[in-house]
Design a protein. Structure first.
Length: 164
């Protein structure tokens, strides 16, 4: 809220240089802002009494947008990469999948390890848990298990994340 939109009876006023000007009515504060040729902006509406500051509103909005843009720049989006296997995977193929998972983890992504069961393989799902555990053990130097192996329909899934 700015200028005439501020309808509170009493506000705590902060000057343009950050100095406390005390508690006063919104009209008095608006008059001081007009005298300085600046805007009266409500900074903390939840405070008792609300805090308003005398500043150039256009400049204030520009600074807020710039800070938001900077914080977005520093964010890192974590992707989930998937490594799919079958219950009767061979040792060399398993090593290839482990190498792929290692590469994904080193780039800072999460890895979803899944085993797909087809047909009669569904009867032997419990035999694949040790394979999942061995997969996690192979990557234990750079990864931790975020979510333990769990059956979801025809897939057994496990999530790995990079160690901090």
């Amino acid at each position: 809220m700015i200028n005439e939109q501020i309808r509170d009876r009493e506000i705590r006023l902060v000057g343009e240089n950050g100095e406390q000007l005390g508690i006063m009515s919104a009209r008095e504060a608006q008059a001081m802002a007009d005298e300085a040729g600046l805007d009266l902006v409500k900074i903390a509406p939840k405070a008792k009494p609300p805090v308003c500051k005398i500043i150039d509103y256009g400049k204030y909005r520009y600074e807020q947008a710039r800070k938001e843009k900077e914080s977005r720049k520093k964010q890192k989006i974590v992707e989930i990469k998937e490594v799919r296997m079958s219950p009767n995977i061979d040792t060399n193929d398993l090593n290839t999948k482990i190498a792929a998972a290692r590469k994904f983890l080193s780039k800072g992504n999460k890895v979803k390890v899944s085993i797909r069961f087809r047909g009669r393989e569904m009867a032997h799902t419990n035999e694949s848990r040790p394979m999942m555990q061995a997969f996690a053990d192979q990557l234990s130097d750079i990864a931790t298990v975020e979510k333990q192996p769990k059956m979801e329909g025809r897939f057994m899934t496990m999530f790995l994340t990079e160690k901090k």
